[in-house]
Design a protein around this ligand. Structure first.
Ligand code: FAD
Length: 442
């Protein structure tokens, strides 16, 4: 359908609009290129215009305009997603939330924010009263809170607080709908799951209430080991040590370390490493654990020192993939729930250097488990699928980062709560069309 873009632009002329082709390209894409499969499918996708609202009334105006002309609408935060979550498959309007960056209130343990607030900026404010976000991705400095809820899943802090989808980690969401007349709906408690990690397919989040965590002074530490499985067991033991407060437990197999060029001085060749954030108050106990596993500390910064340079966080989670790909752009990655160290050991030996193991320890149902963002030496799509299939056959869970389809990436089930909610709040299927596979298939 040919849309009257001149009229549409005129209808939105009181708002900040971007139509410059270079900007439009930039604001149509995300970090989908980590996947060679997604790269081919998404590289040419573009929106027709970007609009940057500053408040909820403007969002309602944009929603109404999309309804009037039946225009696809794709919401975008900082555009750091890895699966093309905010890439418009069918063109249309891109709603950029980065100017929605007010923090209405922060109380001990709970805060209310607009979606475009950047996570690191939020924490800076919250720490003034001794609190911080429970969890955040390694894109912490630039990613928005709305984008994390819309498209992210876990990150630093998940060793204590689990995943975003765990009950309690998002307390309330306020959304604008794309019903015939756009409405505002507030979702609380379990209701938030209707919109949590829905890729912006069923409502524009305009406000969020998030629970907070006590802000500790986080020491940043690198420990190196001769044996990979000793490093992995150390990570598990630290995760299981309830007496030590920690925020990040990352383990990289030796072949990954040379890709982390900013840390070369601390990562002796051939050694396996753990990158960690541990409360300064627990460092005595931590040193004892390191001795027990015969690790060697090559880097230790107090929270004060760590706040001055690049955080170790930016060598963990998917930043590891970012660094590795800047050295070798043919590399890609997988996201895996290994569940046990036995499985980690099996895959470590089975695949050798074709699959370089990067572990992130997280809490799942009260237990510490190893998850992974392994680096893959990509050859063909068929081989990638074989690697995925083998992991699944052995009982590991793969959250496939090589698909933009909501259902195929994570739990591989239709989320009927999200689908039914979409029927209510987006009856014309205008929001991020093509991402929710179940939509329109009944
Ligand atoms: P965007 O990419 O802009 O959007 C993500 C999704 O949310 C889109 O589907 C969008 O439509 C939707 N959305 C955005 N705002 C709204 C809104 N207001 N209402 C409704 N829907 C909305 N992710 C992790 O979970 N953990 C990590 O540790 C992690 N590390 C990363 C490291 C690198 C180097 C990169 C490139 C990515 C990483 N990611 C990680 C993915 C991504 O950075 C995070 O999920 C981030 O929180 C996304 O925020 P964003 O503002 O960039 O969202």
């Amino acid at each position: 359908m040919i849309l009257p873009w001149d009229k549409i632009t005129a209808d939105l002329s009181n708002l900040e609009i971007i139509i410059d082709p270079i900007q439009l390209t930039k604001l149509s894409l995300d970090y989908y290129h980590f996947s060679p499969i997604l790269y081919e499918k998404l590289k040419d996708k573009r929106g027709n215009l970007v609009v940057r609202p500053t408040n909820e009334d403007e969002i309602i105006q944009i929603a109404q305009t999309c309804l009037n002309y039946k225009i696809p609408l794709t919401v975008r935060g900082a555009g750091t997603g890895n699966y093309g979550q905010c890439i418009p498959l069918e063109g249309g309007i891109i709603l950029d939330t980065t100017k929605m960056s007010q923090i209405p209130w922060i109380e001990p343990g709970l805060a209310c924010v607009e979606p475009g607030v950047k996570m690191a900026a939020f924490d800076k404010k919250a720490r003034e009263i001794g609190w911080e976000l429970r969890m955040a991705p390694s894109t912490y400095r630039i990613a928005t809170i709305g984008g994390f809820i819309g498209g992210g899943s876990m990150g630093m802090g998940s060793i204590t607080y689990g995943q975003l989808r765990d009950r309690g980690n998002v307390q309330a969401l306020r959304i604008v709908t794309l019903e015939e007349e756009p409405c505002i709906i507030e979702l609380r408690g379990d209701e938030v799951q209707k919109v949590n990690h829905a890729y912006g397919t069923n409502g524009i989040i305009t406000q969020l209430e998030l629970p907070l965590a006590p802000a500790y002074p986080w020491a940043e530490i690198i420990v190196v080991f001769d044996e990979f499985m000793t490093a992995a067991r150390f990570g598990q033991a630290l995760g299981d040590s309830d007496g030590m407060v920690k925020k990040l437990i990352t383990v990289h197999a030796a072949p990954i370390c040379p890709y982390l060029t900013g840390l070369n001085d601390y990562l002796p060749l051939g050694k396996h490493c753990a990158l960690l954030m541990v409360s300064e108050y627990d460092l005595d106990a931590f040193h004892e654990l390191v001795s027990e596993y015969q690790g060697e500390i090559t880097y230790l910064k107090t929270a004060q020192e760590a706040s001055k340079g690049t955080s170790l966080l930016e060598f963990t989670w998917n930043h590891t993939t970012l660094h590795a790909r800047s050295v070798d752009p043919t590399l890609t990655y997988l996201q895996t729930f290994y569940f046990t160290l036995e499985k980690v050991e099996h895959f470590y030996h089975y695949f050798g250097d074709e699959v370089m193991i990067h572990l992130e320890f997280i809490k799942v149902n009260g237990k510490t488990i190893p998850a992974g963002l392994q680096l893959i030496k990509f050859t063909t799509e068929e081989r990638l699928n074989e690697i995925i299939k083998y992991h699944e056959e052995q009982g590991a869970g793969i959250a496939n980062p090589h698909t933009y389809i909501l259902e195929d990436g994570g739990r591989k089930i239709i989320d009927f709560a999200q689908l039914n909610f979409k029927k209510q709040v987006d009856p014309y299927g205008l929001m991020n069309p093509g991402k929710m596979a179940a939509w329109g298939k009944e």
